[in-house]
Design a protein around this ligand. Structure first.
Ligand code: SF4
Length: 59
């Protein structure tokens, strides 16, 4: 089971609510020796699209 990994780079397509969706899915993330994420890809997570119209009160 993946541990929630904090990331605040909202310009990344893997970012969702201050965490990395790749980490949630147990997919590889590469961090450079200088601490930069080399897995970064500009975009918006599809998780936001999937959650559109969701209403927690209806669940
Ligand atoms: S791939 Fe890297 S930059 Fe993107 S959300 Fe994950 S940790 Fe953050």
């Amino acid at each position: 089971m993946a541990i929630n990994m904090l990331c605040m780079n909202s310009d990344c397509k893997y970012y969702w609510e201050d965490m990395c969706t790749r980490n949630v899915n147990e997919e590889k993330i590469v961090i450079s020796p200088h601490g930069c994420c080399e897995t970064f890809e500009e975009g918006i997570s599809e998780w936001y699209e999937k959650s559109e119209g969701c209403n927690a009160e209806e669940l």
